[in-house]
Design a binder for this molecule. Sequence first.
Ligand code: 13P
Ligand code: SF4
Length: 312
Amino acid sequence: MADNPTDLAERIAELKRERRAVILAHYYTTPDVQAAADFLGDSLALSVKAQTVDADVILFAGVHFMAETAKVLCPDKRVLIPCPEAGCSLAESCPAAEFAAFKARYPGHTVVSYVNTTVGVKALTDICCTSSNALRVVESIPREQPVIFAPDRNLGAYIRKLTGRDNMVLWDGACHVHEEFSLEKILALRREHPAARIVAHPECKAPVVAAADFVGSTAAILDYCGSAGADEFIVVTEPGILAEMKRRYPRKRFIPAPPTDSTCGCNDCRYMKMVTLANIAECLEKMAPEVVIDEPTRRLAERSILNMIRIK
Ligand code: 13P
Ligand code: SF4
């Protein structure tokens, strides 16, 4: 098997043609993986894209819950995941059995779950959401109707604040990447760059979100950086997104926000970075590992994802 990046990229292109495969990749993967992708997007755009791709095989360059979402929506396609160990600290913070017990404590609540969950949790959910559409999803539910929001406590608290709904119960989960930004260092960086706008993902802690000029999903942040009348941005989300920012806006400056001292020095999502050109090529070669979901669970999960996609 070829192992230098150019040979690997060529081998992947060849295998994609042979297998009638497309590669969907999240913005947090490495730049070389992003370059090998047919579609690059945030979690909402990738779920929607999975439904309409003209291919026999979808290779998901991202974390496990994203590949599962593609399989739920495309049961007739083979969905491959090059690195099944690429989990998500947020999805792992909400095991399905514990979530079922939590849900039983709040009868009559509508369950809204972030897509960063396992298929088992999606099957217990009424409407999924992503960071792009969480506000619209919650606002689509009558105001007097109580809601369970899972699993991200920061996104949940942010939506609760925006909507003023005090009838939202939050699951206590979090993402290890977004909880580890240092507010102190972000503010110090802004003092060095007073014209810079702070853009943050809503998975960050409340004080970081409150200090931001713009809060949104990866796709919303990308759009904002194009339309905002500023040339410099302090980016408070996973730094993989910087590759797309520089591609889209080569004249603008993007400064990754500093992590807290308790990290290894960066805010990389260790799971997203497990996807490599080498494991993509091997996966297409062997047509494995493949995502498999039992049909009753898939159907329940599909309903919650389609309920979200209908809201847009
Ligand atoms: P997006 O919904 O912005 O793609 O975020 C996915 C994610 O995993 C954030 O950590
Ligand atoms: Fe999960 Fe956080 Fe990685 Fe997103 S950045 S995939 S929420 S661990």
